[in-house]
Design a protein around this ligand. Structure first.
Ligand code: ATP
Ligand code: MG
Length: 339
């Protein structure tokens, strides 16, 4: 993901999506760390209310409040925030109408629930609204009410969103379309327009995480089509949990062609002094065949992904699982690839 896009605007809002379980949360966190390296401040936002970020960093559940969660090389800093629609709505009412008290009353009467359940588009615009507000925010904004932006530094150099999965991402980001049926004029409409302007601008990129398997790859291809159709920018393709092949290319080719020498395998197993040499060799040959098949399948998927003509980043499958230390390692891998 290049820091600058075609017309020279730096990407500052990074939305990370992908099929469920492919590593969205892990990649979003690693990306935030990579972007923070070099003394920058990055906000990592969670919108699904699952506390995946807190779990990953081994901290207590995140409140609706931005707080430092990790340090990056050379004085960089990652802050994290868990956004929920209800708190975002209360904050919104306070910011625009000075209505915090009224908001609390509304909550008590279930009006917030009502507003966010009856209109799922409203929920999304509140969540994306918070992320886009963080992108635009400059030092001293609260004091000055957002005026005289010139010359003041952005509070965050970048914002990374651990977003909903591919199946829901286009709807999540296309708040404009959803709110259109809800409010044609007025403050809700204006807010939605402002959010949408940031999402559609060159400052926003939607990154897709996938693994080298059929279903996630297909969802990625479909998701990219939907995001483009909604007029949003697709950023990078991040292939996660990549496993290096166990065998060199010639061995894999022999297996594929059926010319793999199982006799040699039997002799090898015998030479190693293992019992049931024939049986063990047969089981090993079976494993080799399955492995070769998987590698062949993976290169087929790679070829299809190549057709997308996107920047492709790869992250290895870490055998020991992922905690804070592994996140630093994955962030380093991303930096090596130009993030
Ligand atoms: N590169 C990796 N190496 C090893 N394990 C990984 C890697 N990336 C992710 N994982 C593991 O895979 C699991 C799923 O990752 P993660 O929670 O980031 O996915 P997700 O897409 O956010 O899932 P969900 O759809 O449930 O939100 C986790 O257990 C995570 O630790
Ligand atoms: Mg997740």
């Amino acid at each position: 993901m290049s820091a600058r896009d075609r017309d020279g605007d730096a990407v500052r809002l990074h939305v990370v999506t992908g099929k469920g379980g492919t590593g969205k949360t892990t990649v979003a966190a690693s990306l935030a760390l990579a972007l923070a390296a070099g003394g920058r401040t990055v906000l990592l936002v969670e919108v699904e209310g699952r506390q995946g970020i807190a779990r990953l960093f081994g901290t207590r559940p995140l409140p609706y409040e931005e707080r430092a969660i990790a340090a990056a090389p050379e004085g960089g800093r990652v802050c994290a925030l868990a956004v929920d629609a209800e708190s975002a709505l209360l904050e919104y009412l306070e910011m625009f109408y000075g209505m915090r008290r009224a908001g609390q009353v509304l909550t008590r009467f279930g009006a917030v629930d009502f507003a966010t359940t009856i209109a799922p588009g409203m929920r999304d615009v509140l969540l994306t609204g918070k992320a886009t507000e963080a992108v635009r925010r400059r030092e001293g904004d609260r004091r000055r009410g957002g005026r005289d932006a010139d010359g003041r530094r952005h509070v965050y150099d970048a914002v990374v969103v651990d977003a909903p999965p591919t199946g829901r991402i286009a709807q999540f980001l296309n708040v404009n379309a959803e709110v259109a049926g809800l409010a044609r004029v007025g403050p809700v409409r204006n807010h939605a327009d402002k959010v949408m302007a940031t999402l559609r601008s060159a400052r926003t990129a939607v990154h897709f995480v996938t693994v080298l398997e059929e279903m996630p790859a297909q969802e990625t291809l479909d998701g990219i089509g939907e995001i483009r159709a909604a007029g949003l920018n697709v950023g990078s393709l991040i292939v996660n949990m990549v496993r290096p092949p166990f065998f060199a290319e010639p061995v894999l080719r022999e297996v594929a062609e059926g010319s793999f020498d199982t006799g040699a395998l039997v002799r090898g197993v015998k030479a190693a002094g293992l019992e049931d040499a024939e049986e063990t060799a047969r089981a090993l040959a079976q494993e080799v065949a399955e492995h070769a098949q998987r590698v062949a399948g993976e290169s087929g998927i790679r070829a299809r992904l190549d057709g997308l003509d996107l920047t492709r980043l790869e992250l290895p499958l870490l055998s020991r699982g992922v905690g804070p230390e592994e996140l630093d390692e994955l962030a380093e891998r991303l930096r090596e690839q130009g993030v």
